[in-house]
Design a binder for this molecule. Sequence first.
Ligand code: IPE
Ligand code: IPE
Ligand code: MG
Length: 251
Amino acid sequence: MALGNPDLKPLASGPAGPAPPQHIAVIMDGNGRWAAARGLPRAAGHRAGAQAVRRTIEAVMEAGVTWLTLYAFSSENWRRPADEVLELTGLLRHYIRQELAELSRQGVRVRVLGDRTRFEPETRAELDRAERATLGNTRMNLNMALSYGARDEIAAAARAAAQAAADGTLDPAALTVEKFERFLSTAGMPDPDLVIRTSGERRLSNFLLWQSAYAELIFLDVLWPDFGQAEFNGALAEFARRERRFGARPA
Ligand code: IPE
Ligand code: IPE
Ligand code: MG
C-alpha cells in the first residue's frame, strides 16, 4: 500500500457489511492488572504483554490487514514511577532487538509514532534502526505509538502549519483537512477502521484522536496479556456486523 495513495478514503458499508479493515489500531491495556491477579510484579505483566504483541502481529498479518498501530506507551505514561518506566523502555529495546530480524523477514515495515526524543539515546537508536532496517518492506505496516499523545501530535501539526504560513509556503485560508493531515505523524496513512481497547476501560486515553474520527470502537474486557487469536477473530466478527455510515444515510 503506497503512502499518499488518494484512494485510501473510507468506504461506507454495503449490504454485505463494511469493507474489511485496512488499518487496525490497538490500545494494549491491562498488563498491570493481569500481573496483580497473579500476585506478580507489574513488570511480569508487561513481559506477558510483549508475547501478546507477537501473537497479534501474526494474526493481523494472516488476516491480510496491511496497517497495524499499537499503542505501547503514551505521553502520559511518563508519569509512572521511574522503575516502571525503566522496565518498559528496557523491554522495548529488548523486544526490538529480538524481533527486528523476524519482522523484517516477514516483510513488515516498522514506524514509530510519538516523541522519541524523550527516550534515552540507546532506545532512540534502536527505534531509528528498526525504521531504517525495514524501510523497503511492503507486506505490512506496523506503527508503534511510543511516547505518543494525540494532543501533542495535533499541536505539533498546528505549529508546523503555522510555520509554513509564516514562511509563505502555505496560504492559511487554503488549509483544508487534507492539507492539515500532511503535518500529522500519520501523513499518507489510511485512518484506522477499527480501534480495539482491552482491559475493560472505555476511553481513548489520548490515542489517534484525529485519525479515529470514524473508526469503529471495540472495547474488550480481556486483559492485554490474554489477548490472542480468538479475541482477534471475535473483534473482526464484531466489526463485520457494524454499519459504517460516515454521516451518510443508512444503505
Ligand atoms: C498497558 O498496561 C501498558 C501500558 C500502558 C504501558 P497497564 O500497565 O496500563 O496495565 P493496567 O491498566 O494498570 O492494568
Ligand atoms: C493507555 O493505557 C496507554 C497504553 C495502553 C499504552 P493507560 O493505562 O495509560 O490509560 P489510562 O491511564 O487508564 O487512561
Ligand atoms: Mg492501563
